[in-house]
Ligand binder design. Structure first.
Ligand code: SF4
Length: 346
């Protein structure tokens, strides 16, 4: 347990948490929406510091991040809880724990040990993933600082709901922002995630790129009848093009029935391909259909010369045509990160 880093003390021993955009006002002994921050005697504590629910050496492609150190392993850590309560959550056992201390019995991984495990498992960096990293923000910040001291890359796999001030606290130590944009309407975010003010996600994603020069990739899990209409898909694609740039990868992934959405069918492949076409029409250069191993869009093809640059099958990647961030055949900029130098120069 650690005292929270970003909160304000209020009258009558209440506090306001400023880690994510809920900005929960929390009374004595109460919890925030994520249930991982608690007000004890007017002091806000994070309850699950270093308490990992899941630990694995994953291919970076599994996050998915396709233009970031392709073919490497990311030491992946998940905590507990979430500030969203998505109907289609694939990891609901860890993101929706019962109240109390569900992390008892989970593995304690202090930041120093995380860095040691990265090296032992021959990973090149750390990804906070599986649940929302903001629910153990202080832990990810301490670990990210240590990771950068050890020349490791750092990745947030996030719903994007951090506040700008939380982003600014971790920005100097974070290399990649793999963010969900779940849809492009108030009703979608309300019905899917019980979130009413979602547009701050867009602002923070743009800030991650422009202020902190993070590598940004966007995922939209396409759910039949929820976010598969042209209006929302065009909204996302156009926003990515205008605010993050046409070279930003957009992953349109296949939904499989989960959690409270078992009544819906898996996303038809034709729907993913339609989303792909919408992305192309908007001018995006890199659109990938996800959760469909072997799909032709898994590879990276240079938009300029048409040559194969990264060959993929599932989580395997083979960079055959990359020179730094560029196409080795024609020199076109492809927005890849594979070294610290690219972070500094892009
Ligand atoms: S991190 Fe948790 S407690 Fe803090 S504002 Fe977000 S949901 Fe509320």
């Amino acid at each position: 347990m650690r005292e929270a880093m970003l909160y304000k003390k209020l009258p009558n021993s209440r506090v306001q948490c400023n880690i994510c955009q809920w900005r929960c006002t929390i009374g004595q002994n109460k919890f925030g929406v994520c249930r991982m921050y608690q007000n004890r005697e007017g002091v806000l504590y994070n309850l699950n510091y270093a308490q990992a629910s899941s630990v694995a050496a994953d291919p970076i492609e599994k996050k998915p991040l396709f233009h970031f150190f392709p073919g490497t392993l990311a030491f992946s850590l998940g905590g507990w809880g979430c500030n969203f309560h998505c109907q289609d959550c694939q990891n609901w056992e860890i993101s929706c724990p019962e109240s109390g201390e569900p992390w008892r019995g989970s593995r304690e991984v202090q930041p120093q040990e995380a860095v040691e495990l990265v090296k032992r498992y021959q990973c090149q960096g750390i990804a906070w993933t599986y649940n929302e990293p903001g629910t153990w923000f202080e832990y990810t910040l301490d670990s990210a600082k240590l990771a950068k001291e050890n020349d490791l890359y750092t990745v947030y796999v996030t719903n994007g709901y951090l506040t700008p001030e939380a982003l600014d606290a971790i920005g100097p130590y974070l290399d990649a922002w793999r963010v969900d944009i779940k849809g492009f309407s108030d009703s979608l975010y309300r019905n899917l995630a019980k979130v009413t003010r979602w547009r701050g996600i867009l602002e923070v994603a743009k800030r991650a790129k422009t202020k902190w020069n993070m590598h940004v990739e966007v995922v939209t899990n396409i759910i039949p009848t929820m976010n598969d209409d042209d209006q929302q898909l065009e909204g996302i694609a156009n926003w990515i093009r205008d605010e993050l740039g046409e070279l930003t990868p957009w992953h349109v992934t296949r939904f499989y029935p989960h959690h409270h959405m078992r009544h819906l069918p898996p996303t038809p492949i034709t729907t993913l391909e339609h989303a792909y076409d919408i992305g192309q029409k908007a001018g995006l250069k890199f659109i990938y259909a996800g959760n469909v191993p072997g799909h032709k869009s898994e590879n990276t093809i240079c938009y300029s010369c048409g040559k194969l640059v990264v060959q993929r099958f599932g989580y395997q990647a083979n960079a055959v045509g990359l020179e730094g961030s560029k196409c080795k055949f024609c020199g076109a900029e492809l927005n890849f990160r594979a070294s610290e130098a690219e972070r500094r120069s892009s």
